[in-house]
Design a protein around this ligand. Structure first.
Ligand SMILES: Cc1ncc(COP(=O)(O)O)c(C=O)c1O
Length: 392
């Protein structure tokens, strides 16, 4: 088995990296642990496959709909998640957020309500509002450092005839929950009661912590398959976000038709990036050992943060991370004011993080820290934070 050196520091400046060169604020000298991509080099098979593809020298219009592509995806779902998906139920999208926008267009009308569970990945809000729909919030419950769902409130929100469905974040960004079978079943039970669809954003599905199992919603609740759409991608898993490729599982033939009409006729999306396809096939077919090592390394980074917080930031609470590579840190005992906290992090500690308030007002006083990077960067970030928050 290949051993990857995940401690190595790779210079990303000069590659148009969003994380390193287009940071929030006007000062680009902060240490960036914000946007969700990794500072780890990609798996060797991906790099080799891309070199070979470049040697073919022509990069014309490229079609995803072929058996090699589909088998790579279905094989991954089956091996990694024990999930059987038919090739014809997989649809390409240039990203999960674009897919959510297309699905909103396909499955609802202007003015309709769509439920999300804040604090949650903020592009959900933008996609709903940007398409003229209404955000209906079903806030998560935060108790004793752990997040759960408020089913009673969800029932009330989905009962509203003006609400057409919900976007589930599974695993949940930023709170790091990997929903259990019981939790998923309860959500579906409520959605079923009112015949509402669920878009399940499972982009973080391969990034789970040791001992935790992610369950795809369609696998958990096959009886509701006609109202569930699952969004997946190799992008978070294999650090390929710039390749712009994701796979959307739609089983209901009526929804498939709506999808094709929306992406094709309305938005003229169809061809995929040739590098994205090449990278995804090499990732899914040959790079599992890389992912196992990356997940173990992230486990180590999270354990480091936990220890650091306990010893050096005693007033902070680090929420248990079951999935994703994002640490969600409750700093309200240090600072409850969102502008002041942002100023403390970005200007004084000089760390660029995702500010909790961006995920909804439930996130005020929290910081989201992306720990998919060499441990030395995580340590430096925590040291800088401790110096500002604790003065040591
Ligand atoms: C929950 C979630 N969905 C979607 C995305 C982005 O997906 P894409 O880049 O494929 O649009 C992210 C990226 O951080 C995410 O965390």
């Amino acid at each position: 088995m290949r051993q990857y050196d995940l401690d190595q520091l790779v210079d990303r400046k000069g590659t148009f990296s969003s994380k390193w060169e287009f940071m929030p604020g006007d000062d680009q000298s902060a240490l960036p642990l914000w946007v969700a991509d990794m500072d780890f080099p990609c798996a060797d098979p991906i790099i080799d496959a891309l070199h070979k593809r470049i040697d073919r020298k022509i990069f014309g219009y490229t079609v995803y709909n072929n058996p090699t592509y589909k088998e790579a995806v279905t094989g991954w779902y089956k091996r990694r998640h024990g999930w059987d998906v038919k090739a014809e139920d997989i649809f390409f999208s240039p990203g999960v957020v674009p897919a959510i926008c297309y699905l909103i267009q396909a499955l609802s009308e202007e003015g309709d309500g769509i439920v999300i569970q804040r604090p949650v990945y903020y592009p959900f809000t933008n996609s709903i509002l940007g398409n003229g729909r209404k955000v209906v919030n079903n806030p998560l419950i935060y108790r004793d450092g752990r997040y759960t769902m408020d089913y009673e409130d969800l029932d009330k929100k989905l009962a509203d005839p003006g609400v057409k469905g919900m976007i589930l974040c599974s695993p949940h960004n930023p709170v790091g929950r990997v929903w259990t079978l019981d939790e998923l079943k309860k959500v579906v039970e409520i959605a079923k009661k009112y015949d509402k669809w669920i878009i399940s954003d499972e982009i973080h599905f391969d990034l789970v912590r040791e001992g935790v199992t992610h369950i795809p919603l369609l696998k958990a609740c096959p009886e509701y398959k006609d109202r569930i759409i699952v969004c997946t991608a190799p992008s978070k898993t294999f650090n390929l976000a710039g390749m712009q490729l994701s796979n959307i599982v739609i089983e209901n033939p009526e929804y498939q038709e709506k999808w094709l009409h929306t992406i094709g006729d309305k938005n003229s999306v169809g061809f995929a990036n040739p590098f994205g396809i090449t990278a995804m096939i090499a990732a899914y077919n040959e790079s599992e050992d890389w992912l196992n090592q990356v997940n173990a390394y992230i486990d180590g980074n999270i354990a480091f943060c936990k220890e650091f917080v306990a010893e050096r930031l005693p007033k902070a609470t680090m929420v248990d991370c079951e999935g994703t590579y994002l640490v969600w840190l409750d700093l309200r005992e240090y600072c409850k004011d969102k502008e002041e906290l942002e100023e403390m992090m970005l200007r004084r500690a000089k760390v660029a993080l995702d500010e909790g308030y961006m995920f909804g007002e439930e996130g005020i006083g929290f910081e989201r820290i992306n720990v998919a990077c060499p441990r030395s960067i995580v340590k430096e970030c925590m040291e800088r934070m401790a110096q500002v928050l604790e003065g040591k």
